[in-house]
Design a protein around this ligand. Structure first.
Ligand SMILES: Cc1ncc(COP(=O)(O)O)c(C=O)c1O
Length: 358
């Protein structure tokens, strides 16, 4: 008799993250490597984070506060909601997993865009859900088509705004019209991982107001992007107390480390750092747009810290050629490549190398 794995995970493939810089240095014997592959913050993180972590280093022998009490309070106070409406997690990655575990049963339909954050799909499949895949329209979420895909079996809808990997967004008006017209028993997860980078005014900048109006909405945020804490794995989710209570039952008892909790509190306080991240990103985006225009490269309009462009050549090939020269980007599919926006120096280097490759 052989051991038996759950059939739901049979065809899943392990998540393939962006290649680490050290791996590429070793593989190609390079001294200088730039990674613009994982939408990380090129400015690092707030100096206040380092101070907070240094202070916490003397207490590594203690388990973290399993309730993340101070962090919940800091978030709730900042946003004018109750701490019981907030749930910190080990990155929003963990929360994608927990949400699927909380809601998705065998045979439940889960509506997901065809080009979006891949964990929505793999966690739905993992739970035995039936993914209903809705194509993007002009590289943007097609909310009308998503609404039309709802059936009596629909349990969950994943929205990523702005979207990874295409960088595009939908407006506040479009979102509210969507939420107003879907059954209230369908749970909508609104993933705002890149919200801090959005420049357009017609975006829903104040998503907190959704919480009162739509008890079926879950909002996910992360400190991995604009706050620059990807290494610490910390994000937070907001929803009704009822939803938060249920998700809370299935999370690991100490899912956010002590260092991550104090770091997140310090990061959330440093609005100066956030502003700088936004400005550098905006400037970098305009530089890359101009360079792409000059090279005749088409791209999707981005409201994030990455740009999705058509290399007009096999994306995997472009990725390998750039990597050999010390530039790591992300091939998405076909001829489409995603590049994270770096410092001006990194952006210039990327364009220089892209020109030699194309
Ligand atoms: C849309 C989106 N959601 C969630 C995540 C997960 O972020 P983290 O687990 O670092 O918080 C990412 C990371 O790239 C993302 O792009």
């Amino acid at each position: 008799m052989s051991i038996q794995f759950r059939p739901q995970i049979k065809d899943l493939v392990a998540y393939k993250p962006g290649k680490p810089i050290e791996d590429v240095k070793r593989e190609y014997g390079l001294k200088e490597v730039v990674k613009l592959a994982s939408n990380e913050n090129p400015l690092g993180s707030s100096p206040k984070v380092k101070e907070a972590i240094l202070r916490a280093l003397d207490e590594l022998n203690f388990y973290p506060d399993g309730n993340s009490t101070d962090l919940k309070k800091a978030i709730a106070d900042k946003l004018g909601i109750k701490p019981t409406q907030v749930l910190p997690s080990s990155g929003s990655d963990e929360m994608v997993d927990q949400i699927s575990k909380t809601f998705v049963n065998e045979g439940d339909e889960v509506i997901i865009a065809n080009v979006t954050f891949p964990r929505y799909l793999s966690t739905a499949v993992m739970m035995g859900g039936t993914p209903v895949i809705v194509p993007l329209k002009d590289f943007t979420y097609d909310l009308e088509a998503m609404k039309a895909s709802i059936t009596a079996k629909t349990k969950l809808i994943w929205l990523c705004n702005p979207n990874n990997p295409t960088g595009t967004m939908f407006t506040e008006g479009a979102l509210l019209a969507f939420l107003d017209n879907i059954p209230t028993n369908v749970v909508v997860v609104y993933d705002e991982a890149y919200r801090e980078y959005v420049t357009r005014e017609d975006y829903l900048h104040d998503s907190i107001k959704l919480l009162d109006k739509y008890p079926n909405v879950i909002i996910m945020r992360t400190l991995s992007k604009a706050y620059g804490l990807a290494a610490l794995r910390v994000g937070y989710t907001m929803a009704s107390e009822e939803i938060i209570n249920e998700i809370n039952k299935i999370r690991g008892p100490f899912n956010v480390t002590s260092l991550s909790q104090v770091a997140a509190i310090a990061a959330l306080e440093d609005t100066e750092f956030l502003k700088k991240s936004y400005e550098v990103n905006k400037e970098g985006k305009l530089y890359l747009y101009k360079a792409f225009d000059e090279m005749g490269i088409s791209y999707a309009p981005s409201e994030t810290n990455h740009i999705f462009f058509d290399a007009k050549r096999d994306a995997q090939e472009v990725f390998v050629e750039l990597q050999k020269k010390g530039m790591i980007v992300r091939p998405i599919f076909s001829t489409y490549v995603r590049v994270s926006i770096g410092t001006m120096e990194q952006n210039q280097r990327f364009i220089e190398l892209l020109k030699t490759v194309l």
